[in-house]
Write a protein that binds this ligand. Structure first.
Ligand SMILES: [Mg+2]
Length: 385
């Protein structure tokens, strides 16, 4: 802390909002097919708006699915005062302070989800102060990233619906289609993969995602069957923390194994990578604590020559994928679109980094309308309630 100096970027205020965003249609992946989860009906977000001494605001967020929305808000409300008065630009030090203050909760999990809301808001603020999109503040390698869509490709969709959704995605400029697999009968999965491949033709990337529901034997058998189909990757064939199993499977296949979305820290990603468990690494910035640990995961991925394909929240991850040295993937979801005033541009199989500074996003009236709890400490940000 730089005591005695007037800091223009001193954190003067924080507004926290717990937002519940419903899905238009419940979504089921293999975790529902095995009875472990119920269909997803909403995304529960924790938004943080951080105001500095010059009145600038950075906006960030984290999320959880099915459970934990109120818990994230409660923990955020408890620890937010620790940030007031600190220099907003010194993000790793702030992150470390919050991580130590919450260490009893475990180095990951809900605590790191909450850290992500603050961390992404601080990175947004830093990029806004620099007048740059976050991708360019980090150092961009390209103006956008390849984008794929799994919308309409969940287990509840019929083959006709999947083919229609896949064609519509390609027509609107999406560059790849990811299908959910893990039907009780593997032959049904094969039929669906072949039908979607037929619908999109040979030139559009196709991926499959088993959402952790195969045993090692089932995964090995199925992945060998599809290994010559030219899939861009096979996602979560095994339970997310079966690093050794992922490593053994990855060594057996030509098709890259993709995983990492369920992990909640840099250290878990390091263990996965050490086991050789991923050719395509899928970190989720809100789950691992935000941009600060995500940048460390990017260096880990780079050192191990992995493809970067973050999970969900294209609104955040686009900026980091554009700042990775080799081409990765961004996952398209329209689930959060209404929460922001801005829309991201998609064309030619790619999603494009907006010209606006930071993440280039502001919370919309719909986000305010879907806010179930909110609190403001210190100076309030402009806009909203
Ligand atoms: Mg997935």
């Amino acid at each position: 802390m730089m005591r005695g100096r007037v800091l223009k970027d001193r954190i003067e205020g924080i507004r926290l909002s717990q937002v519940s965003q419903p899905l238009r249609r419940p979504a089921s992946d293999a975790k529902v097919a095995t009875g472990r989860q119920v269909p997803l009906t909403s995304v529960e977000l924790l938004c943080a708006e951080i105001v500095d001494a010059e009145g600038r605001t950075g906006t960030g967020f984290t999320y959880t699915l099915r459970a934990g929305g109120p818990a994230l808000f409660a923990l955020a409300e408890e620890i937010a005062p620790m940030l007031l008065g600190r220099p907003a630009a010194d993000i790793p030090a702030a992150w470390d302070m919050l991580a130590w203050r919450t260490i009893s909760l475990g180095a990951g999990g809900a605590a790191y989800h909450v850290l992500a809301a603050f961390d992404t808001a601080l990175w947004d603020l830093k990029a806004r102060r620099a007048g740059l999109p976050l991708a360019r503040l980090l150092g961009a390698w390209r103006a956008g990233a390849r984008v794929y869509n799994s919308g309409g490709q969940y287990l509840e969709a019929s083959i006709d619906e999947m083919r229609g959704a896949a064609r519509a995605s390609v027509a609107r400029g999406i560059g790849g289609i990811k299908m959910k697999v893990g039907q009780p009968d593997w032959r049904e999965d094969m039929r669906r993969i072949e039908a979607v491949r037929d619908a999109i033709g040979p030139d559009t990337a196709l991926m499959i995602d088993a959402n952790q529901q195969w045993t090692r034997a089932e995964a090995r058998a199925f992945c060998r069957r599809v290994d010559d189909m030219g899939l861009a990757f096979i996602e979560e064939p095994l339970e997310a923390r079966d690093f050794a199993g992922h490593g053994a499977l990855a060594r057996e296949l030509v098709t890259p194994v993709a995983t990492g979305e369920m992990l909640t820290s840099f250290d878990e990603h390091a263990a996965l990578v050490a086991a050789g468990g991923a050719g395509v690494l899928q970190p989720d910035a809100p789950r691992i604590g935000g941009v600060t640990p995500f940048l460390r995961v990017m260096e880990l991925a780079r050192a191990n020559r992995l493809t970067l394909a973050p999970h969900f929240v294209m609104e955040l991850h686009l900026q980091m994928v554009a700042a990775y040295p080799t081409e990765g993937w961004v996952e398209y979801f329209d689930w959060l679109e209404e929460l922001f005033d801005e829309r991201l541009e998609i064309r030619d199989g790619r999603i494009w980094v907006p010209d606006r500074p930071g993440f280039g996003l502001t919370l919309s009236d719909a986000a305010r309308a879907r806010t179930v709890s909110t609190t403001t400490l210190g100076a309030p940000p402009e806009g909203g309630t």
